[in-house]
Structures are given as C-alpha cells and as structure tokens.
Design a protein around this ligand. Structure first.
Ligand SMILES: Cc1cc2nc3c(=O)[nH]c(=O)nc-3n(C[C@H](O)[C@H](O)[C@H](O)COP(=O)(O)OP(=O)(O)OC[C@H]3O[C@@H](n4cnc5c(N)ncnc54)[C@H](O)[C@@H]3O)c2cc1C
Length: 229
C-alpha cells in the first residue's frame, strides 16, 4: 500500500528522504504517542503537543471541550517525529539530524457516542496498553468534558533521514595539530524506566504485569537506523 500523493504531500526538497510506503507511516505512528497538532486559531498558527492513538485509517487526538485548538472542522497538520541521531559533519553547514517523521493533513471529525468511546479506547490503549481494562472507565461527566477527533490518514507523508555526514573530501580537514577533524553520528534513542508507585498507594501494591512489561516492550519498539555506527 502506498501513501497518496497530493499537491501538499509531494516531497520537493530532500526528496530522496521521502517514503511512499504506508507501512513506514504506521511504523512511525506505532513507535510514538505524542504528536504536534498545527492549527490556525483566530488567525494565529498554534502548534500543540498532544497524545494520539491510531488505527489503519485514522489518527485520534483528544482534549478538553474548552480547548481553543480542538474546535474541529478546520484544516490541521499533524506531525510525529522520532530523532535517531545527530549527524556531526566536518563543516558546520553539513551537520544534520537522522530522523523518522510523518506529516498528516486533513480536517478532523469530532466523534460522538459509541465512536467516541471506541476512539478513546484506541488512544488509551496506544499510550498505555492494558489500562483501558484496568483503570476506572470515564464517567458521563468526564466524557462530556472531553472531545476526541478522527483525522483520516488519507493525506500523509513520511520522511526518513539516516546515514552519516556527506562532506568527506570536500574541504581541508587537517587540524593545526596534524590530526583530522572527527565526523560521524551520535545516536539517540528513548528509554523507559521501571514503574514508580504513587506515594498515596497502600503498602505492598505491586504494579500489574502489563505496566511492568510496558517499558521493556517500548524500549524494544522501533528498529532505528543509526547510520552504521
Ligand atoms: C528532527 C528534524 C530536524 C530537522 N531539521 C531541519 C533543519 O534544520 N533544516 C531543514 O531544512 N530541514 C530540517 N528537517 C527537515 C524538514 O522537516 C523538512 O523535511 C525540510 O526542511 C524540507 O522542508 P520543505 O518545507 O522544503 O518541504 P517540502 O519538500 O516543500 O515539503 C513538501 C511536503 O513534503 C512533506 N514533508 C516535508 N518534510 C517532511 C517531514 N520532515 N516529515 C514528513 N513529511 C514531510 C510534507 O507533506 C510537505 O507538505 C528536519 C526534520 C526533522 C524531523
């Protein structure tokens, strides 16, 4: 399955980093849970970090009914970014970042009723797997106070940048002391820790198995290309 190419999602600059395989989009969404929601509010661009969930066709994001950025029925652009490393080049100009990133355009649709509850479940299970069945269910008041949107994955693009610096042999890299300037990649990857209990918990309450597994599973999540380093 390939991503649809529209006038907006067609890669122009650094085209070689563009990907059209839908599997890359889903992998990027699977590996994260925070997106940046870009929306125009009262004529001003606003970029709001927020959590998300997704399924094969949609991205879901939610918030308070009072949120100014969550009014729906207006064009948005959502990005999800994973930084894989810092590319240290010989020249300051050639420094760059290795990354996996996705961009999704569309008009989000507010959900209601059974669709709203199912989208909340998907979002919750994506962010904290196992908690939908373990934690207290949302009350009617909590549901009424929150909105959740369905943003179609129909118009999306992916860019992946990997590898090392590209300025070998383009300048004089001999330093005054006779050594060569170093170049390469400094990899970075997220690391989850073990669950830390709330101070208000009674003594001897252990974290459930799904939360103990959580960090381990996430740490093993995405195969990241560190440019052969
Ligand atoms: C962590 C990080 C740091 C970056 N730092 C820089 C930087 O310092 N300078 C710089 O020039 N670029 C940087 N980039 C790349 C940047 O995101 C753009 O891809 C690039 O600048 C091209 O922008 P453009 O507006 O010319 O895109 P165009 O090629 O004109 O964009 C056309 C379409 O391609 C798609 N697209 C573009 N960029 C992305 C993307 N990153 N992910 C998914 N889809 C995309 C969108 O659908 C967009 O509408 C960085 C990317 C990441 C993830």
């Amino acid at each position: 399955m390939t991503l649809s190419s529209t006038d907006r999602t067609r890669h122009r600059r650094l085209k070689e980093n563009g990907r059209t395989d839908r599997a890359d989009l889903l992998e990027i969404l699977r590996a994260g849970f925070v997106c940046h929601l870009g929306v125009i509010v009262d004529g001003t661009p606003m970029v709001v970090p927020t959590v998300y969930g997704f399924d094969a066709t949609s991205l879901y994001f939610h918030g308070s009914v009072a949120s100014r950025s969550l009014t729906g029925s207006t064009e948005v652009c959502v990005t999800v970014t994973h930084v894989d490393g810092l590319v240290i080049a010989r020249s300051v100009f050639e420094h760059s970042v290795n990354y996996h990133s996705a961009m999704i355009y569309g008009v989000p649709r507010p959900l209601a009723g059974a669709e709203k509850l199912e989208a909340l479940r998907i979002l919750s299970e994506h962010c904290a797997p196992g908690q939908w069945g373990y934690a207290r269910q949302p009350s009617r008041k909590e549901l009424a106070a929150s909105v959740i949107f369905d943003l179609s994955l129909e118009e999306a693009s992916v860019k992946i940048s990997s590898g090392g610096p590209e300025d070998a042999g383009t300048g004089d890299d001999l330093l005054p002391d006779g050594s060569y300037r170093w170049a390469g990649v400094i990899p970075v990857s997220p690391a989850w820790g073990a669950p830390v209990p709330d101070a208000a918990l009674p003594e001897g309450i252990d974290a459930p198995e799904h939360l103990i597994r959580f960090g381990r599973n996430r740490n093993q999540g995405m195969v990241i290309d560190h440019g052969g380093t």
